[in-house]
Design a protein around this ligand. Structure first.
Ligand SMILES: [Zn+2]
Ligand SMILES: [Zn+2]
Length: 180
């Protein structure tokens, strides 16, 4: 989370005054009792209201709460705001997992086009097949990004669709790589 805190701070420092006041507005709207901090229950309520039903994940809150006082002050809230604004509030859809996904994770190519309803997996749920999903093409986020850039994107995705064995090979490679 340290990297996320740092990134969020840098991001905040580069916001315009208007954007900064929007961030403060969101903070105050989450701080229901107005004590200047966001508690776990205020956080859960706000996230549920925004449609993040299952990111009331304790581990995630603890990660945001840098000084460990059980509350988010404005600076700690900035990390949440940054993740929210940059669409990086992603949680594992594996059975019973809900881990916050930072770094490498896996996402369904078909569902990715529908940002509000993406299907995402942590590497552990993906490799252990701890999921049920209607689509079959699941790529890691870096690979997905590569397949999205440039004029080749449809060709690449189509390629993956047609060459299931490539994907199987990739899965084997991933299982091998993560053995360290
Ligand atoms: Zn899907
Ligand atoms: Zn998972």
């Amino acid at each position: 989370m340290e990297e996320i805190h740092e990134t969020a701070k840098a991001y905040y420092n580069n916001l315009t005054e208007e954007q900064k006041s929007k961030a403060k507005e969101m903070f105050h709207s989450m701080d229901l009792n107005g004590d200047g901090k966001v508690s776990v229950s205020e956080y859960v309520k706000a996230m549920e209201a925004k449609g993040f039903k299952s990111c009331s994940n304790e581990t995630f809150f603890v990660g945001l709460d840098k000084d460990g006082d059980g509350m988010l002050d404005f600076e700690e809230f900035m990390s949440l705001y940054y993740l929210y604004k940059s669409n990086r509030l992603v949680f594992c859809d594996g059975h019973g997992c809900r881990a916050f996904l930072k770094g490498v994770y896996f996402t369904c190519v078909d569902c990715f086009k529908n940002a509000s309803n993406s299907f995402d997996l942590c590497s552990s749920c993906f490799s252990n097949k701890n999921y049920t999903h209607k689509h079959s093409i699941i790529l890691d986020n870096y690979m997905l990004l590569r397949s999205m850039e440039g004029p080749n994107k449809e060709v690449l995705i189509k390629g993956f669709r047609e060459e299931e064995e490539v994907l199987e090979g990739f899965k084997r490679w991933w299982l091998f790589v993560r053995k360290d």
